[in-house]
Design a binder for this molecule. Sequence first.
Ligand SMILES: *[C@@H]1O[C@H](CO)[C@@H](O)[C@H](O)[C@H]1NC(C)=O
Ligand SMILES: *[C@@H]1O[C@H](CO)[C@@H](O)[C@H](O)[C@H]1NC(C)=O
Ligand SMILES: *[C@@H]1O[C@H](CO)[C@@H](O)[C@H](O)[C@H]1NC(C)=O
Ligand SMILES: *[C@@H]1O[C@H](CO)[C@@H](O)[C@H](O)[C@H]1NC(C)=O
Ligand SMILES: *[C@@H]1O[C@H](CO)[C@@H](O)[C@H](O)[C@H]1NC(C)=O
Length: 374
Amino acid sequence: MAQKLTLQRVFGLILLAFSIFASVASGLATSFASVPPTVSNGSSIMVTTSSQGAFDGPKLSIVNSTSFEWWYFDIASEEASVQIVFFTSTVSAIGHPESSVPLVTYVTINGLFPNGTAFGYVVPSMSVYIATDGDGSSGFFDGFGSWKGTPDMSHYTITVDAEAIGVKGALYFQSAAPAHYPFNFAAERTDSTEVLAPNFGWANAVPDSDAQAHLSIGGTKLHIVGRGYHDKNWGDAPMQDTTKTWYWGHAKVGPYAIVWFDYIARDGQEYYSAYLTKNGVPVSLGSSMTVRPYGRNETQTLYPPNASSTQPDGFIINIDAGYAGKFEFSASNDDVVQAIDVYTRWTGQVIGGPVGGEQFYGPGVGLWEWMRFI
Ligand SMILES: *[C@@H]1O[C@H](CO)[C@@H](O)[C@H](O)[C@H]1NC(C)=O
Ligand SMILES: *[C@@H]1O[C@H](CO)[C@@H](O)[C@H](O)[C@H]1NC(C)=O
Ligand SMILES: *[C@@H]1O[C@H](CO)[C@@H](O)[C@H](O)[C@H]1NC(C)=O
Ligand SMILES: *[C@@H]1O[C@H](CO)[C@@H](O)[C@H](O)[C@H]1NC(C)=O
Ligand SMILES: *[C@@H]1O[C@H](CO)[C@@H](O)[C@H](O)[C@H]1NC(C)=O
């Protein structure tokens, strides 16, 4: 086993070294860093503007006990879904109960089989390397696998070979919508803020993509052809201290790709970012938006949500895109893909379009969540 991990690690390093060599040869900016598996002492300085480095690169100077960072990927279809998150964070800084994870470097994989049964695993990694090449990033998490993005973030591949949990396979993402920060497209190349709310950063490298997952999970094959998504979040204070609740999600509805993030800070202030493209072309970003829960019971529709809130039946997303008009989408909570005390994630049908204009009813698929520290 130890021998095997060592070989896997050496192989990963050779691949990373090769990709860096290739991009140095082509003149692109690169970086390469190992992340210690245990907490570092000192100040964790976080990236706040786009001038500070690669779009999808590491955003913390160190991982101290009160800072957090992750690279998130998901693929959803009408039949099944999978989410993989590569963390460099203490579990306490994200207020999550997987508190038995002893390291700051670990990966979670969750999803739903087509028959509706959920699966979920956590894999701690003793050695972790993160590289950037242009705006894209790559990461190697010993004992789980790796991700690799191209310099322009148009393609991402995740390779999984996690013997300890019996999961193997690969995921492929071919981007179909432009990358963005909370309020600016990546292509604007301005000194864009990367901060959605105080102490909370967000960079969405792949808002929508044609995606496939080919996995073997405990001997069961899982093949998904659907929509894929990749982003990253980070922060320099414990999430539960700065965040009260958020609604986040993404979906493809007819020609529209949408990403919503409606966030309420501990002090009650609301921050939001709405992303809307049509056939891969920007319609609007960051403009005025509301995401509100719906359901028959009063407790399902409380806004802002509080400790009396129950799980809604879905969410209504309203986007005021200024000159481009008003849009309304409805996301129906058909399948729970993950539910723990601080969040619920769903997949389901998403319908909608321009208010008073052509409405799209399908295939409409997405994945979304309600995070809460209430
Ligand atoms: C960090 O600080 C703690 C508590 O003071 C100490 O036990 C630990 O050895 C330090 N770690 C490092 C890597 O310096
Ligand atoms: C981690 O870094 C942040 C940002 O500099 C700082 O506010 C916080 O106090 C640090 N945490 C610890 C435990 O040192
Ligand atoms: C669904 O499929 C998974 C994977 O094959 C299996 O482990 C599980 O028992 C199935 N669940 C039901 C309810 O059939
Ligand atoms: C939640 O908000 C509702 C409506 O304002 C209120 O009636 C209820 O008492 C609140 N529950 C808690 C636990 O604060
Ligand atoms: C709706 O309200 C009833 C009565 O208060 C409660 O029993 C039920 O659990 C609630 N359902 C949801 C989904 O909130």
